[in-house]
Design a binder for this molecule. Structure first.
Ligand code: ATP
Ligand code: MG
Ligand code: FE
Length: 344
């Protein structure tokens, strides 16, 4: 079964072709970072308009690369939410139109289920059940996963997402949007002994997170270090390091706790922040002590992409799930409302 996947929930246009027997045949991504960078964040209307421009050329590109024609495609999967309503509408409308024209089913995919299942695209992929840490620009969640659509939310951020905190700290340090990779690069040069930032909520029981206090603590440190309104270069790198260390160790502590609570030995990490090399290394180190394994997507599939949507859609379409023919998107959509599917 060959499935076309379209991702347009935010500021990247992703298109991919996934075959249930042959795997990922082709994928293409256009990131709108250059369009939004001068505004310091995503401008929704500009995002929608650019998705309109990029989806069809990317579709032609992946079809040519995979050597397939429209007649080979058995279904269309698109991100139906959560995300920016206008951006979602572009992908949904195109997906619906293509499916109608080709006479194949279409299915709206949950963006976070896409992230969650992205590690399944790897040759070495996890087996259910596992605990997933979803860390992205809009979400920080720990989820127990017993199968596709069998999700139990164990904990989540009560305020900012981890990626959002990275982006805000980047701004404080004068780095461009999206800030995660830039903060990580600065942090690599920093001295981890100089500051000791708080690890939010680790001393409280439970699996929830909070990153807003850490963000304020970082801002206060930035202000304290400034001399005549200017932050020195050594201060910048040391603050980036202290912030990253605090996020990494907070996430690691909660992941261990979640595995212990659920009695599981497999952790899956996904979403943009899971591209962070220190987070990957620290989780691997900490979980090895408990004989637990960590899985994550290839770096290009940590942030938004079409491949994860094609994969998630393919699993559901293969199980016979089809949506009605209206163009419906869900800017807000709790993941535990998804229907379960039984493994084939
Ligand atoms: P969501 O998936 O929650 O709707 P999103 O789609 O905007 O949000 P992603 O595309 O999954 O989020 O991830 C983008 C986020 O990941 C940004 O906040 C970015 O700063 C962060 N990020 C990317 N790479 C890194 C990195 N190496 N270290 C830390 N953060 C990173
Ligand atoms: Mg993005
Ligand atoms: Fe995302």
């Amino acid at each position: 079964m060959l499935i076309l996947g379209l991702e347009t929930s935010c500021d990247e246009t992703g298109v991919a072709l996934y075959h249930t027997e042959r795997g990922l045949l082709a994928h293409a991504l256009f990131s709108q970072i250059d369009i939004h960078v001068e505004y310091g964040g995503v401008v929704p209307e500009l995002a929608s308009r650019d998705h309109v421009r990029k989806t069809l050329p990317l579709l032609e590109q992946v079809m040519a690369e995979a050597g397939v024609t429209a007649a080979d495609i058995d279904g269309v999967a698109y991100t139906a939410g959560p995300g920016l309503v206008g951006a979602l509408m572009v992908g949904a409308t195109l997906a619906r139109a293509l499916a109608w024209g080709w006479g194949v089913p279409a299915l709206g995919v949950h963006h976070m289920e896409g992230h969650l299942l992205a590690p399944m695209l790897e040759e070495e992929h996890p087996e259910f059940p596992f605990v997933a840490l979803l860390v992205s620009g809009g979400h920080t969640q720990l989820v127990r996963v017993d199968g596709i659509g069998k999700y139990k939310l164990l904990g989540e951020s009560l305020d900012d997402a981890a990626g959002e905190a990275f982006d805000k700290v980047a701004k404080m340090l004068g780095l461009p949007y999206p800030g995660g990779p830039h903060v990580a690069k600065l942090a690599a040069q920093g001295n981890s002994e100089r500051f000791d930032f708080p690890r939010p909520m680790v001393n409280r029981p439970g699996l929830d997170f909070s990153f807003s206090g850490l963000k304020t603590y970082t801002l206060n440190t930035v202000e304290d270090c400034k001399i005549d309104g200017v932050l020195g270069e050594q201060d910048r790198v040391d603050i980036a390091r202290a912030f990253e260390d605090a996020v990494v160790s907070t996430l690691t502590i909660k992941c261990r706790r979640a595995l212990q609570q659920e009695g599981l030995k497999t952790l899956v990490m996904a979403g943009g922040v899971s591209a962070n090399l220190n987070l990957r290394a620290e989780l691997k180190r900490a979980l090895a002590k408990e004989q637990a394994a960590v899985f994550y997507p290839a770096p290009q599939f940590c942030t938004d992409n079409g491949a994860m949507i094609a994969y998630a859609g393919a699993q559901r379409l293969r199980a016979g799930q089809i949506d009605a023919a209206d163009v419906a998107v869900r800017p807000r959509w709790p993941m535990d409302q998804l229907p379960p599917i039984e493994a084939a």
